[in-house]
Design a protein around this ligand. Structure first.
Ligand SMILES: Nc1ncnc2c1ncn2[C@@H]1O[C@H](COP(=O)(O)OP(=O)(O)O)[C@@H](O)[C@H]1O
Ligand SMILES: N[C@@H](CC(=O)OP(=O)(O)O)C(=O)O
Length: 453
């Protein structure tokens, strides 16, 4: 039995949903179908989730948002029209969206979550109606009814382990199950969404719950490429990746698969296959526990931007017990999470996503570090990009760091910091944001020219 997830681009129009239908019908093991809200049909299009967020925010401020409600409903209406579905489905969706928008605003965060989740919830109903219209036994299943219970905060839902046992009974449901991605319910019955692009997570949870043989994740590219295809023309396709490699790469910028989505599938030992809705016969990329090492040391290069670093220097820092803890405690008190902390004997850098820290917070943090830790120097550097080179093969190859540093030096790029992950499957380079793309291209040239992946 397989769980199949279709991303926003795969369900963005009636034509795309016909492809989804054909893919599901072509393999009788494809039983559980997880869907996203309608995504982009073309580069400048707006995802339904983004329209809903704008709409909800206006309603919260009691502002007019009729044009936005129209924009949401007309996305579903044009899909229903293309698929020759009766108008009653659009009336149902319209009523649902309005009732959420006019719902209880006393807890704005929960209010917004219910609105965001309507994108997938209504689309799952529409897609189930289409399958039935085609004469196929199919039903929409709500996450609460199925037992997908979560905790955590809005946009950061965490599945509760007991959900898995409950979801197992989906196996017995007759026909095809159409399941909305992106959200679950907490024990109080409130909707909580996963982080953005979180339908990948729902698919993985369901794959674990029903103990699927395979989790197929359909998107709009033939494979996971060794580098973001928007940065390098026709990059090499990756046939097979380990869970650890994919986890590092999706964390560091491979937006094709959500980094949190690997854990449930990994825990149950279920392989993941990333495939293309627009070219389903292409093999795609498999994510597995172990793979053969036929390529060089590196399997992929990912990059992400908008980081900053807080650099702290103090002579004899290495002998001062509790220095690191006190520094991190200051950040904790400001509610900040950090990504990495490369260190030397007398210095320590903390890398953060800079959107968390405005100018005022930064000033207050620096003041506290000076007051409480007595450093010789504290420096904050903004607009950094992190580039991650990833590959299980790096463990068996010496000289990877030297090759990467040389390639960057030859491209005239200054390395602001290096961090070799203790996992030994990744190595991170910090560079100035303006040099990110050039750095990725230089590393790609170094590690992939002529390599079979
Ligand atoms: N290394 C990579 N390999 C493949 N796609 C990538 C990679 N890095 C970024 N992407 C982008 O991820 C996109 C697919 O993810 P996403 O837009 O979330 O799809 P979906 O709508 O199916 O959820 C691709 O179109 C591509 O632009
Ligand atoms: N619709 C949600 C969840 C999701 O997974 O979407 P997509 O499959 O388009 O990345 C979002 O935009 O975040």
């Amino acid at each position: 039995m397989k769980v199949v997830k279709f991303g926003g681009t795969s369900v963005s129009s009636g034509k795309q949903i016909e492809k989804v239908f054909n893919i599901v019908m072509s393999d009788q093991d494809r039983k559980i179908v997880v869907v996203s809200a309608p995504g982009k049909r073309f580069a400048d299009d707006i995802k339904v989730t983004d329209l809903l967020i704008e709409c909800g925010e206006k309603y919260l401020q009691n502002q007019e948002a009729e044009d936005l409600v129209d924009a949401v409903i007309s996305r579903y209406a044009s899909i229903a029209n293309e698929l020759n579905l009766p108008n009653s489905i659009i009336e149902t969706i319209y009523k649902d969206v309005l009732s959420r928008l006019n719902g209880d605003k006393s807890k704005p965060i929960h209010y917004m979550d219910a609105i965001k989740a309507s994108g997938e919830d209504n689309h799952a109903k529409l897609i189930a109606a289409y399958f039935r219209h085609q004469g196929i036994e199919a039903s929409y299943v709500n996450p609460k009814e199925a037992g997908l219970i979560v905790n955590g905060s809005s946009g950061n839902a965490r599945v509760l382990p007991e959900s898995y046992d409950r979801l197992y009974s989906l196996r017995e449901k007759p026909g095809i199950v159409i399941f909305p991605g992106f959200f679950g319910y907490n024990n109080e019955g409130e909707i909580i969404t996963f982080s953005r692009s979180g339908s990948d997570i729902t698919g993985s949870i369901l794959a674990n719950g029903i103990k699927a043989d395979l989790y197929e994740n359909f998107t709009d590219v033939d494979a996971v490429y060794s580098v973001n295809p928007n940065l390098v023309k026709k990059p090499k396709e990756i046939r097979e990746l380990t869970y650890r490699e994919m986890r590092e790469l999706s964390y560091a910028g491979f937006s094709v698969f959500h980094d949190e989505a690997l854990i449930p599938a990994f825990q149950a030992g279920i392989p993941v296959n990333i495939k293309n809705t627009n070219n389903p016969s292409a093999k795609g990329t498999r994510i597995v526990n172990q793979r053969e090492h036929r390529n060089g040391p590196v399997i992929g290069i990912a990059s992400d931007h908008d980081f900053c670093s807080i650099y702290v220097n103090k002579y004899l820092m290495n002998r001062e017990i509790g220095f690191g803890r006190k520094l991190l405690f200051i950040l904790e008190e400001f509610g900040l999470s950090y990504e990495h902390s490369p260190s030397g004997i007398d210095d320590l850098s903390i890398i953060l996503r800079q959107s968390q820290m405005d100018a005022e917070t930064e000033k207050r943090i620096i003041k506290r570090i000076y007051e409480e830790l007595g450093p010789d120097e504290v420096k904050v550097e903004h607009n950094l990009s992190l580039i991650m080179i990833v590959g299980e093969g790096m463990r068996h190859n010496i000289g990877t760091a030297a090759r990467a540093s040389n390639a960057l030096a030859e491209a005239g790029i200054n390395i602001e910091m290096i961090n070799q992950g203790s996992s030994e499957v990744s190595m991170m380079f910090g560079v100035k944001q303006a040099q990110e793309n050039r750095a990725v291209q230089a590393l790609y040239e170094e590690f992939f020219a002529g390599v079979l992946v």
